[in-house]
Design a binder for this molecule. Sequence first.
Ligand code: ZN
Length: 265
Amino acid sequence: MFVPELPEIHNLARQMADELMGREFAGVRVRQPKCLNVDEGEFRAAICAATVQGITAHGKWLVMHLPGGRMLSNLGMGADVLVRPEAAGDGDAHVVFSFTDGGLLTLRFWWFGHVHWVGEGEPHAPTDSLGPDALSLSEEEFLRLLGNRRAGIKSFLVNQKNLAGIGNVYIQDILFAVGLHPERRIPDIDEETRRLLYREMRDTLRQSLSVGGLAYERDLYGSPGGFAEFCVGYREGEDCPGCGTEIEKMRAAGTASYICPACQV
Ligand SMILES: [Zn+2]
């Protein structure tokens, strides 16, 4: 039900930067070669002896910058990404990285995920086609992005090609907070509401990031995040905190939506 979105991925990127910057890979073990975009030998050759130069996030993708290219990870429906001492073992993780100074970085996907190697200057369709990261976008850029698009607001915002980082979790309360029905067409949303929507989106993502993301996800040390409370999200049948109307579950943009039918029009 819950999958990692921008706050969880940015939180992991920050923690990985703290732990891994400047460290050198000793080796990598791949138990699920399907998650790679290149063959295992090429992947190993790119990673081994490389020093971590930086870690960033773009939407739901983790980007590790290495000499000669980038290693890009997408956790799909979720994953345990952990740093741990060698003595703790690798927990049968799908991808296990070791470092020359000891210690492991392990990835275990809950369903399926991706770890890609992209050499310097090479294209990478899944991230080349992403829209701007939802937390690096200014209010004016957001207004330009919506422009005179004709889509429904939810389907537009969760499409990673428009805006990277928001999925079906955070969108629920963001739309509730500004009184927008998920299927409201963009042309019918006035500028004031568009600005409120931008601020709500930014504040919700920042607030979750500040507490380490969702309580249903784990960070680099295996600890849950602190974001646990939703207003209407996942509260089907309960009372709307604004007006008391019963919260409904419906389908919008091909996914489950939770709305107050009185507050969201
Ligand atoms: Zn309501």
